[in-house]
Design a protein around this ligand. Structure first.
Ligand SMILES: Nc1ncnc2c1ncn2[C@@H]1O[C@H](COP(=O)(O)OP(=O)(O)OP(=O)(O)O)[C@@H](O)[C@H]1O
Ligand SMILES: [Mg+2]
Length: 303
């Protein structure tokens, strides 16, 4: 699954990664007992090309937040800017991939990927682009297979290629590896890093896997229910140290893993053995991270 396209310039027509700004985003849903705030006071700034992981308990609003960015759903208040422009409705600068690959079973992988091409793409250009993307995700030899003939990991790679076919500036991934076995999942994480290096986008990755978040992301945003008046959804933002690919077993990542698990309400055995460490805070407030200067873990607790 190793890729060799790192040094190549981005293919023609590929959009550059775009910054995303969420300004006091709020979303509530009606329930039998009245409106329930799911997202409150979400203020986040993502740098172009940054990878940000969203974690949080089930039902805390992670998918809802992705839907706000993609324009599949609109906030009740606040605004979302992509590359400085406010989003209105479905935003074609974004592409989304989900936990299920959602491929059309009667079409080949190649045909499925071509469904992601921007409308009006010339036939030849489109065919070339699809072949290039299938190579990028290691599916070149499988282009003519149908979804039922491939493994779950291969189907998920096709789904990723279809999302990239849109040439997005922002890639929104909702638990993309959640249904895969543990080994395939690790390989897919490395594939995602390879894809990000070859065709950079700004990535928002929803995951329940703390290790995955710490391995892939520049920053990890911990979301939770906005309980009480004035409370926001963002409970903590952690800047992950170290350039990618990271050593999954490194001490700083182990320490952050404990911190995140505790933030998720998991009582970790290790937590008792690692007294709270004071991290120098080099990223106060919500600011995108310059990976080149990032050396130590930092944690922010908004508001
Ligand atoms: N269209 C909707 N109408 C009413 N309630 C909704 C709607 N969309 C989401 N919700 C509610 O908002 C809450 C957050 O849902 P969301 O799917 O964003 O959670 P999540 O953090 O992605 O959870 P999971 O980890 O289980 O995927 C849930 O209580 C859900 O029932
Ligand atoms: Mg979800």
């Amino acid at each position: 699954m190793a890729l060799t396209t790192f040094a190549s310039p981005a293919p023609a027509g590929v959009r550059s990664p775009q910054p995303v700004r969420l300004r006091d985003v709020r979303r509530a849903f009606a329930t039998p007992t009245g409106p329930r705030a799911v997202l409150a006071e979400v203020d986040l700034t993502l740098a172009a090309g940054e990878i940000v992981a969203l974690i949080g308990p089930s039902g805390c609003g992670k998918s809802t937040l992705l839907r706000q960015i993609s324009g599949l759903d609109a906030p009740d208040a606040g605004e979302i800017l992509i590359d400085g422009t406010a989003t209105r409705g479905i935003d074609h600068r974004c592409a989304v991939a989900f936990q299920e690959p959602r491929l059309l079973p009667w079409r080949t992988l190649s045909e499925n990927v071509s469904l992601g091409l921007p409308r009006g793409t010339a036939k030849d250009t489109g065919a070339g682009r699809v072949a290039e993307l299938l190579e990028l995700v290691g599916l070149g030899p499988s282009a003519d297979l149908r979804p039922r003939q491939v493994s779950g990991g291969m189907a998920q790679r096709a789904s990723l290629a279809r999302a990239l076919a849109r040439n997005p500036g922002v890639l929104l991934l909702d638990e993309p590896f959640g249904a895969l076995d543990a080994l395939t999942r690790l390989k897919m994480q490395d594939l995602l890093l390879d894809v990000h290096a070859a065709e950079p986008t700004t990535i928002v990755l929803v995951t329940h896997d703390v290790e995955e978040a710490l391995y892939l992301a520049d920053r990890v945003v911990l979301l939770g229910a906005p309980e009480g008046p004035g409370a926001g959804s963002v409970k903590k933002i952690i800047t992950v140290p170290g350039a990618r690919p990271r050593d999954r077993a490194s001490a700083p990542l182990a320490e952050l893993r404990v911190e995140l698990l505790e933030g998720l309400g998991v009582d970790t055995h290790h937590a008792a053995q690692h007294p709270t460490t004071q991290h120098p805070t080099t990223n106060p407030g919500d600011r995108p991270v310059d990976p080149a200067t990032r050396t130590t873990p930092t944690t922010e607790t908004p508001r």
